[in-house]
Design a protein around this ligand. Sequence first.
Ligand code: AGV
Ligand code: CA
Length: 350
Amino acid sequence: MKQLITTLFSFIISALLFAQSPNYQGVANELSDNSIFKKNMEKKLVFIDHDGGIDDLLSQLLLLTMDDVELIGVNVTPADCFIEPAVESSYKILQLFKRTDIPIGRGDLHGVNAFPSDWRARPDVVNALPMFINLDDIDTYALPNAVDLYIERLLAADKPVTILMTGPCSNLVGAMKKNPKIRAKIEQVVWMGGAFKTQGNVQTYQHNGSAEWNAFWDPQSSKELFALELPLVCIPLDVTNHVPVNKDFLSRLAFQSDKTLSNLAGQLWALTTDTIPGYEYTYFMWDVLATSFISISAHFTVEEVKATVSKHPPNAGQTLLTPDGYTLKIATDVNKENFYTYILKQLKTF
Ligand code: AGV
Ligand code: CA
């Protein structure tokens, strides 16, 4: 009986409150609009500039799985790729996610130190994979230039943008020179580049092996990037060396290959196991690690340093720690297991 009276009483109170709020539906709408608004506001705006390597394509794919990220543009730099097939791969990834509304920019700048052609030809194989071959192609030459796309997308953004570079930095440096106003629209720059307290991965003529490839491709721009003193975090070989693409990871991935993205990622990484030329037997999570920094930075160890970049042989592109260098941050360590687990989780999206 007592319970019945209580229920009746609370019903009457609710009815009275409802009646006093003629705009009840409006309030409800506003609340839900607000939460959508809030959700959008919480999303980081991210622009990726990649150079078409397998891990670059996986990085673009990974960004598209992140709930807390709104991808606003994709630039392709013709460094670790030939531009046409790499742009095509990028476009096909956008199609997988039904996000062909995201614009792609074509990089026209070329570094002085070209990547080996065998590495650059990889996206050709990618575009022939069953999951990609029947998707639409794109007219590479109709695309905006990468420098211009940076400027356009940054100026149009309603809040500062995180820029993720998984290839050389020439386009961003070019954009900063062409329109310095974009600085105010840059929240953070995350760059897979450099080798600070460890040896590099460039092994070629006129080089002593101290540089990392993305910094070596266009050493002049690499130095200018540091000189700009943007809020820059490098994800250098110092930390990427901790996370190889190993058999254990590929095996865990294969166990979830009923998911489209896991299946595709497994195929893409399988293409890296015969890394050419033979001097380097391990493919690392380079760009994928840098991409994960966008979402799980708390699992990284980061320190502030002063550094510059050498422009000439025998160590062109070497990132040098020096007290009179430019201020930037570098990641030096990552919680490996958390990283691998995070990637496996994201690749279960669909
Ligand atoms: O130096 C690492 C950068 C990353 O952005 N790239 C590969 C990643 O995309 C250059 C590179 C170094 N060694 C390589 C590379 C290899 N064996 N194959 C292809 N690219
Ligand atoms: Ca790359």
